[in-house]
Design a binder for this molecule. Sequence first.
Ligand code: SF4
Length: 483
Amino acid sequence: MEKHLLSKSTFIRGVQCNKSLYLHKHRYFLRDRLSPEQLARFSRGIDVGLLAQNLFPGGIDCKPGSPRQYAKSLQKTQQIISEAAAKVIYEAVFQHQQVLIMLDVLAYENGSWNGYEVKSSLKISDTFLLDAALQYYVMKGAGLALDRFFLVHLNPDYIRDSELMLHKLFTKTDVTDQVLQRQPFIAQKIDELIGVVALTKSPEIDIGTHCNYPYPCDFIGHCFKNVPVGSVLELTQWAEEEKFMMYDAGTIALANIKPTTALSQAQQIELHHRQSGSEYFDTSGLKVFFYKISDAPVFLNLLSHRQAVPAWKGYKPYDQFPLAADFGRGEWHESFVNDAGDAPDERFFDFLKPLMAGGESVVVFDAVRFQELLQRMAHRHNNMRDTIEAFAVHIIDLQEVFSQVLYYNPQAGQDFSLLQLSKILFGNSQLTNLPFSSDALATDKYLKADKPLPEVLRQTLAAYSHGLQIMTEAFYYYLKQKF
Ligand code: SF4
């Protein structure tokens, strides 16, 4: 078997950027280090592809045990097809024109072979279609009489009953027509990318919007190393295209941008305060914002997680559930941790009841997730609906001070998270010393732990959520004292 030069992932990488493909093949050591958050994400999660195999029972698995065993898997796939040894093959391997692909499910149905690629998302993207088109091209080129090609993805309207119904959880979309339209592009791109792999030096490609689309490139550290601190690329109120247009035209330092009336108000504020280094407060706007908040508000933090595959009755794919939460004011606070790891709606509702009865404003740093979680709970439980709807009007989103441009802090750069703001405003103090450095890492610990949770972890998660609740309160009073 001729050694393959491209796979699905390197093909998609090359379509995004030739240089990224070249660096991946020849200068892999220049790759960015994975952050702890990325590492945590890669190392967990239910394998949706494996679950979807149950839609096609009785198949033979051709998945290679290691990258060295692809040739064996290729042979095994060919043998099963030629001997008609099975009607379903999982992880079927094909190669054509030095491109190797591995298809989630190949099924012999009504006298022909159909391909199924599984995606753990709720809808089909252009990249998925490109990926499907490549697989179709390789399978046809390898001589398979392939009929239809389907993308299998999660159904956003599926509501779980007591049992998980796989035929309802997954939607099979026939994308053969879109795949056929893309065949000339695939053929031309394979030639181009094989040429890129054969290059002896990196192609000259400048940084641009393609560095983050469709995926954040993992050579950003290398390619952006000459971008100076304080560049126009750090601005948050400009579209990516606009920033790269300025950058490409030679306006690199944001100190060189001239304020003009063509800029939006938010852009003028960001530019002025990035250049002067001073904080911005819209005192009259903040007054109006604070006017709608009751005199003695309660502060709440929520740590939640979205499950791709719903684990409990009434849940949809990617519905959130609370892992930990904390509300209070001053010395008083109440904690919630979903330590049992089962359906938490009733317990979470009971936890929130004192707030729901109180009628005080409830200030949350990022209320969008909290509101969405409550809304889904109200849908699942008729008996909670009226109470939740009455409660929802009391929730105040502290992030509105950014979306309404009532406050701006130039030191935050592009990170306006509560933890980052607290470190800037209050320093590295007891307040900002949390047991986890991000929600992603706290969530990872929770998901990987045995349930019921060990007591130490339960306490750590409670302390983390409480710490963020205190930060919400501190940030609220920091802003309030400014007018
Ligand atoms: S950072 Fe941008 S230019 Fe560099 S390899 Fe990645 S996509 Fe290409």
